[in-house]
Design a protein around this ligand. Structure first.
Ligand code: NDP
Length: 436
């Protein structure tokens, strides 16, 4: 088994501090977020005053138990998604070459799984077989079950990484907390074909986002007999975003999440718990706060949001098309400007790679994060500005992506050395052209 690098992007003290904080604070935060959105009208002050008056006991009282209904809902959903992942046909796709020189193979059946999931969910509702409002009514219990279940899942991943790694892209840092938090395996699999990260990140996490967005919409409809335009705009934008994700899923398998971040608490717990709770939270808030925007404002937000999602998609597409064609493509109607870089793998082999320095990738080195953050803003702003909490996701995403840009820059600098410096000289801004 390989030895993982012990170096971290941030100082060791900051790394430990952030790891321990996230491990201990994220689970209670998810419960408090759900409680505030569904029981305290989205008011942080109301929740704070409740906790102030009732202390720890009050907090334990609002923490729902992972009920049998919640566990059944999660188990059926997870089994359905796992079956679709394994059984639906799809083209064979080769992932990027890993640091240990492996090339994972995937089956690209994400769009079919996405469409089948949403159609099945809507059909179950339409024909009166299962009412999605049950999911909303047991949401706290579902999050509670996910929190504990996913924690156990991450422990199992850690044990698998030690005892039965799926490939040579696995290793220990020598530190149990780092191994648990950042993960040990890059491509853990069950058997040859069932990729665990595709399941946690895509088919469970991202899919749950679309399923819950629909759930919130249906709940508002069943409660009020109609859906407010704010809910319609927010849900449509989230669904466009998730549709874009599955349309481009094979491209996602080339990104940092899959190609560089190992399967540990950071990625897997995040996708199994944080995505269904925090990412969907603007919709969760809107269920009981049906704001009426009016046609003009609603349309403006919708169009602006779709434009941002499109630009974000086009940034990813441009980079991948450029790499796929080995630079022999047009970028904004012209031959791309590029840097031909070489780097050395862990096994000592020298490889060649191309860095695009025109198009979106010539504006800033991580310009694609700007439309990503703006898209999130546009599916949140239908909640208007009565409360701060619906904006938590946008703020969290901004911090996550600024940190990610730094992590990626540092990784690319150590991978490409002088070639990355050339890119930085040519494209000096990290995220926002002319500013940062
Ligand atoms: P990517 O992995 O897609 O892009 C960064 C990688 O691309 C680098 O590690 C490098 O990899 C390569 N690269 C960097 N610069 C260039 C260049 N100039 N030309 C060619 N290749 C280059 O980034 P992310 O994974 O961060 O983002 C992917 C998508 O996911 C984005 O749309 C982002 O907005 C979204 N996202 C959403 C999040 C959310 O929570 N909502 C979180 C994170 C991302 P290599 O080693 O191959 O050279």
């Amino acid at each position: 088994m390989g030895q993982q690098s012990k170096s971290t992007v941030h100082s060791p003290l900051l790394t430990y501090f952030s790891m321990i904080s996230l491990l201990t604070l994220c689970p209670p935060f998810v419960i408090l977020l759900w409680y505030t959105m569904t029981h305290a009208h989205g008011s942080v002050l109301q929740t704070f005053s409740y906790l102030n008056n009732n202390g720890l006991q009050g907090f334990l009282t609002i923490w729902p138990k992972p009920s049998a209904t919640a566990c059944k809902i999660i188990a059926v959903y997870a089994a359905f998604e796992a079956a679709l992942q394994l059984l639906l046909p799809g083209n064979t796709v080769h992932g990027p070459i890993s640091p240990a020189g492996n090339r994972p193979i995937y089956k690209a059946n994400g769009v079919a799984a996405y469409l089948l999931t949403l159609l099945t969910y809507l059909a179950l509702w339409w024909f009166g077989i299962f009412n999605p409002t049950i999911v909303y009514d047991h949401l706290g219990e579902i999050y509670s079950a996910l929190i504990f279940g996913s924690f156990v899942f991450c422990i199992l991943l850690y044990i698998k990484g030690h005892l039965a790694p799926s490939s040579t892209d696995s290793g220990s840092s020598g530190n149990i907390i780092i191994d648990f938090y950042w993960g040990m395996e890059l491509y853990p699999r069950i058997g040859k074909h069932f990729d665990i990260k595709v399941f946690t990140n895509c088919r469970f996490g991202m899919m749950s986002w679309a399923v819950l967005a629909l759930t919130y919409c249906i709940k508002q409809y069943e409660e009020n007999g109609k859906v407010a335009d704010s809910m319609l705009v927010s849900t449509t934008l989230m669904l466009v975003y998730v549709t874009k994700f599955f349309w481009w899923e094979a491209g996602y398998w080339n990104t940092m999440d899959i190609a560089h971040d190992r399967a540990g608490f950071y990625i897997c717990w995040g996708c199994l718990v944080w995505v269904p709770s925090v990412y969907t939270s603007p919709g969760m808030y809107l269920v009981n706060h049906p704001v009426t925007l009016g046609t003009q404002l609603a349309l403006f937000i919708l169009v602006a949001g779709i434009l941002c999602i499109y630009i974000n998609y086009d940034c990813d597409r441009q980079r991948q098309e450029f790499r796929r064609t080995n630079g022999k493509c047009l970028v904004w109607g012209r031959a791309p400007s590029k840097i031909e870089a070489t780097y050395t793998t862990f096994t000592g082999e020298t490889k060649r790679s191309l860095l695009l320095t025109s198009g979106w990738w010539g504006l800033a080195r991580h310009f694609h994060y700007v439309p990503e953050i703006l898209s999130a803003f546009f599916w949140t702003v239908p909640a208007l500005f009565h409360h701060f909490l619906p904006y938590f996701y946008v703020i969290f995403l901004t911090i996550l992506l600024f940190d990610r840009a730094k992590r990626d820059d540092d990784r690319c600098r150590s991978k490409y050395g002088k070639y990355w410096k050339l890119y930085c000289d040519k494209v000096p801004y990290r995220i926002i052209p002319g500013m940062y």
